[in-house]
Design a protein around this ligand. Structure first.
Ligand SMILES: [Zn+2]
Length: 507
């Protein structure tokens, strides 16, 4: 069975999930659901990054002396949020787990054996917001350009990873695999960084009682990024369950890392070099999406509710939020999240277009055919059938290329076509004069609804299941292969529909 492995970054536990983290996780969930739908064996990993100094600072601010206890509470809050939003991840990795620590040490020892680790002195600026060293030339008036805070000046003896050994290999790999870093703007950014600014990186810090101690020198802990990146391996069994690991970290299993654009350097430079050093394959795609503004403002805590995914999903439902962010913002670009625009799409695309199509069609089946799907009658290949099949093609192509907005546009063209098909054929008039044609029209509409439900399934799983339930085929459809699902004519005449509540009550 073909396999597919998709990850989100692991999230810092010192913060609450906001719409930005939720966005990355929604996209991972869409890819996971889509690849399962087309018949692949999927592993979807997310989790929390816990060994950071930020964790310690946040615990202190909350007057919690027991850092692990604070970390446990925060991590379980993240897990509960993801569960309540219905994400379909297969595992949730925490970097304070034993299974993770074992894998980190294993990978470190491999890199060390290769001769890529040396002791050196580090002198320079460190931003704890970035959890990274910053070059003096990158400071803006002495401050971190991202966090607007003054970095600490640090001078200490650390272990270094010979990142510069991999300069040519990295450039070569990126050149040979244009799909490796997406979108293209990020690829150019990474290439120019490697060409002009690559330096060896420090991978250890003094042990202040938090983090994963180095095996040979417990006075030092692993630098949090070195440790965190390895979650992509330990989450699938590295250093613990080699059979499982070799199933997912394999040549013939596409590996996709998703993230926001601010952490691309770690993922596209340090991480692939670590993998090269240890002899493991590189991920196939590293896709970095853009940043959100909220009503044209930068995301900040003061925006409160607007960025709280639980609040949003309680107010609008998680499916409309998923639909909105994917439809509104081309994946990879920056975009604006506004509840006004969300409500416009909700009332327009969802309530008017999709919701109405479902409700009108099923009402007519109730009225004219005693709630039973009529037989199609004439075996003519109508335009709507051709459109369904070309929409499936567009969905497959678009999802392969991470062009989620284009897929949704194509599906909504089909929905619009179906609504116009009702207007054109006027079933209420056919009911008086041409029952055969009426049956044909209504069969085509209900069968199209079945296809539309599956087309939106990865994007809006709850809504898709509601439509399939109203068609009374949810359980039988689940057993079908992707080829069977896509085939026209899957809905059996005589199926007794169960019209439900409106899918999207207007706001
Ligand atoms: Zn910073």
């Amino acid at each position: 069975m073909p396999r597919f492995y998709v990850t989100t970054p692991i999230y810092y536990v010192n913060d609450k999930p906001h719409i930005g983290h939720t966005y990355t996780t929604i996209v991972a969930d869409i890819l996971a659901r889509w690849h399962r739908l087309i018949g692949e064996d999927v592993f979807f990993l997310t989790g929390t990054d816990e060994n950071s100094q930020k964790t310690v600072q946040a615990a202190h601010q909350k007057k919690e002396k027991d850092i692990q206890k604070y970390t446990d509470q925060m991590s379980s809050m993240w897990q509960m949020t993801w569960d309540s939003l219905g994400f379909s991840h297969n595992d949730f990795i925490r970097t304070t787990e034993e299974r993770h620590k074992k894998g980190v040490i294993k990978l470190f020892e491999k890199i060390q054996k290769k001769g890529d680790i040396y002791k050196g002195k580090y002198k320079g600026f460190y931003c704890s917001g970035c959890e990274a060293f910053i070059k003096e030339s990158d400071l803006a008036r002495g401050k971190c350009p991202l966090h607007k805070t003054k970095p600490d000046f640090i001078e200490e003896e650390n272990l270094f990873f010979k990142l510069t050994n991999y300069k040519d290999k990295l450039l070569d790999h990126i050149k040979k695999h244009p799909e490796f870093i997406q979108p293209e703007t990020r690829r150019n950014e990474v290439v120019s960084y490697i060409e002009t600014a690559l330096e060896d990186v420090s991978i250890s810090r003094p042990n202040k009682g938090w983090g994963i101690p180095l095996p040979q020198d417990p006075k030092q802990v692993f630098y949090v990024w070195f440790d965190a990146l390895i979650n992509y391996l330990t989450g699938i069994g590295y250093g613990q369950d080699e059979t499982k690991f070799s199933k997912w970290w394999a040549k013939d299993c596409p590996i996709v890392h998703l993230m926001a654009k601010d952490i691309i350097k770690f993922h596209c430079v340090i991480w692939p070099a670590m993998l090269m050093s240890s002899g493991l394959k590189l991920p196939d795609v590293i896709f970095a999406h853009g940043f959100f503004t909220i009503d044209e403002e930068k995301i900040s805590k003061s925006l409160g509710n607007v960025i709280d995914p639980i609040f949003l999903s309680q107010k609008y439902g998680i499916d409309p939020v998923r639909y909105f962010v994917l439809r509104e913002i081309p994946f990879g670009q920056d975009g604006d999240f506004s509840t006004k625009k969300l409500e416009e799409r909700y009332n327009g695309d969802l309530a008017n277009d999709l919701g109405n199509l479902v409700s009108r069609t099923l009402t007519m089946i109730e009225k004219y055919f005693e709630s039973k799907v009529p037989a199609a009658g004439r075996p003519t290949k109508e335009e709507i059938e051709t459109l369904v099949s070309s929409t499936w093609k567009k969905a497959e192509q678009g999802l392969d290329k991470f062009q989620f907005d284009k897929v949704l546009v194509a599906i909504w063209q089909l929905i619009d076509f179906a609504n116009t098909y009702i207007e054109k054929n006027k079933p209420w008039e056919l009911a008086k004069k041409d029952e055969k044609k009426l049956a044909q029209v209504l069969y085509n509409l209900t069968e199209s609804l079945r296809h539309i439900a599956w087309m939106i399934y990865a994007f809006m799983p709850e809504t898709a299941e509601k439509i399939l339930s109203q068609l009374n085929v949810l359980e039988s459809e689940r057993k079908l292969s992707f080829d069977q699902i896509k085939k026209w004519g899957g809905l059996k005449p005589g199926t007794k529909i169960k019209k439900g509540k409106p899918l999207f009550p207007r706001i």
